[in-house]
Design a protein around this ligand. Structure first.
Ligand code: SF4
Length: 514
């Protein structure tokens, strides 16, 4: 018999109220609980303590929605079950039950409840007297978390009375290349995970038992900080749990494996300054620690000057923004391939001159890549080195465009030949300030060298946010909202190249070139 109810102790069907919601487990909260029981407890009881959602995670969620909708083409003609209010678990489960009993063959977002555990499956397909469930992931492969997610769904659905003959995960096929309309059959790969989810049923039951105990009790589990706070995803209660850890600890040593940081911390070494000799730090980390101890910058004026001597005015300062959509937006692209949609270009005709500014933004209407490269080539026609920050990125995008438009191959090669990398003095540690905190991205270098110029007042402050804004622009039709997104994107990208102009000026002053 098919059951899809939330039952009270005496077997009565109950309505989902705030207390029920506090103890209800969903796929997302279940996976949170597997990562850390304390995180689950905090999420349910003190959600206000969560860190704000970061721009990278927001982008992953946006991409997931787009892939989920497109994957429905693999099983067309289904009925959308999601309730108007996504918090209304009981309504979703009741609606699913109605459709199943009325003979529907394909359901999207079918919802199931069993003993205060709720799941929504992306696609549910009738297969004779049994069913096949498909979970869509916007990733390029299957991870242990995906399998646990599917195993939890399998548990809830089968316990709710669904005869599940097959369970599969649908993920992005990285080898797909778009030509014309997106072909869901080629974009996605579907893999049966029936055996893997069956093998995990005991683990699911055990984890659910443990998690229910935590949610029904009122005592926060004692879990110390550790590697689990970072992987497989960054925990959003770090602000709460890590708040007592001050700046300048072993956790701030750049590029040190998290496991090594935790090892040092647990051995009683908290401050970065207390890390002993022979602790296995590389040269850059040793420099970071020694500058932290002294509080002074390190500058190799000889090497810095030699780098500056390689730059010939006039100078261009160029920065690209790109998106990496799971679903390729234009012909010739593969999933997650970079699509440069914007650039900012400052131009300095001579040392000390006021910079001139040029820019380009693909506003989301059609394939703008030809216009992008034609405009860029025109803007960089005059002689002079082209400064970028992290050359591999801009050079890689130009090479991609050269493949799409071979007629511009020669001009693109010429621009690449004129490229110089402003990151070089920082990556090679000709100049290091403790304020850079071991990093050499432009976001770390700018506040250390030019604190008066800041991204803080901008609506978009990092590349992930720019990527998300561009994704929003592609689907936005409201003129006012579009204008605002365009303005924010332009301000952000312009700041990147202005920051480069100011950083170069600072380096020239320090090296006595001005
Ligand atoms: S920060 Fe770490 S210890 Fe705290 S809730 Fe998250 S995973 Fe658990």
């Amino acid at each position: 018999m098919f059951r899809n109810t939330l039952l009270s102790e005496n077997g009565q069907e109950i309505v989902c109220n705030s207390e029920t919601r506090r103890t209800l487990l969903t796929k997302t909260t279940f996976l949170r609980g597997i990562r850390c029981l304390k995180s689950l407890y905090l999420h349910k009881n003190f959600p206000e303590l969560r860190d704000p959602i970061d721009t990278r995670t927001r982008g992953i969620l946006m991409r997931g929605n787009e892939a989920g909708i497109l994957a429905r083409q693999l099983y067309p003609g289904g009925i959308e079950v999601s309730p108007e209010n996504p918090e209304n678990f009981s309504a979703a489960a009741a609606k699913t039950r109605e459709y199943i009993e009325s003979g529907a063959d394909v359901l999207y977002e079918a919802a199931f409840l069993h003993e205060k555990t709720f799941c929504v499956t992306d696609i549910l397909v009738r297969d004779g007297k049994a069913w096949r469930a498909c979970e869509v992931k916007s990733a390029a492969g299957i991870s242990p978390e995906h399998l646990m997610d599917a195993a939890m769904q399998y548990h809830v659905m089968t316990e709710a009375g669904i005869d599940l003959k097959e369970m599969s995960l649908i993920h992005i096929n990285r080898r797909y290349q778009r030509h014309g309309d997106v072909m869901a059959r080629s974009l996605f790969s579907e893999r049966s995970v029936r055996e893997q989810v069956r093998e995990r049923q005991e683990a699911v039951r055990h984890a659910l038992g443990e998690q229910r105990e935590v949610l029904e009790g009122r005592i926060m589990p004692e879990v110390g900080i550790g590697v689990h706070c970072f992987a497989p995803v960054m925990c959003d209660f770090r602000g709460y749990c890590w708040g007592k850890i001050p700046e300048g600890t072993v956790f701030d040593v750049a590029h040190m494996p998290k496991s090594r940081m935790v090892e040092l911390y647990r051995s009683g070494i908290e401050s970065m300054g207390d890390i002993p000799e022979g602790a296995g730090l590389n040269a850059a980390q040793r420099l970071q620690v020694s500058c932290f101890r002294s509080g002074k910058s390190f500058i190799d004026r000889g090497k810095l000057g030699a780098f500056l001597d390689t730059l010939d005015y006039p100078l261009y300062f160029l920065d690209f923004e790109s998106a990496t959509p799971a679903v390729p937006p234009f012909d010739g692209l593969r999933p997650y391939q970079h699509v440069p949609f914007q650039y900012s270009l400052h131009f300095l005709p001579e040392r000390g001159a006021e910079p001139e500014h040029r820019e380009f933004l693909g506003t989301g209407e059609g394939d703008f890549r030809r216009e992008f490269i034609v405009t860029l080539l025109a803007h960089t026609e005059k002689e002079g080195h082209i400064l970028v920050y992290d050359r591999s990125f801009e050079e890689g995008r130009l090479r991609d465009l050269g493949q799409v438009f071979p007629e511009y191959g020669g001009a693109i090669k010429e621009r690449i030949g004129r490229m110089r990398d402003l990151m070089e003095p920082f990556r090679n540690r000709y100049y290091y300030s403790p304020a850079m905190k071991g990093r050499y991205s432009i976001k770390s270098v700018l506040p250390a060298l030019v604190p008066e110029l800041s991204y803080h007042s901008l609506a978009i402050r990092d590349g992930y946010a720019a990527m998300n804004a561009y994704e929003q622009l592609r689907h936005e039709h409201h003129d006012g909202t579009r204008a605002e997104i365009i303005r924010n994107l332009k301000e952000y990208c312009r700041m990147d190249t202005l920051a480069m102009v100011k950083i170069l000026r600072h380096l020239e002053e320090v090296a006595g070139k001005r």
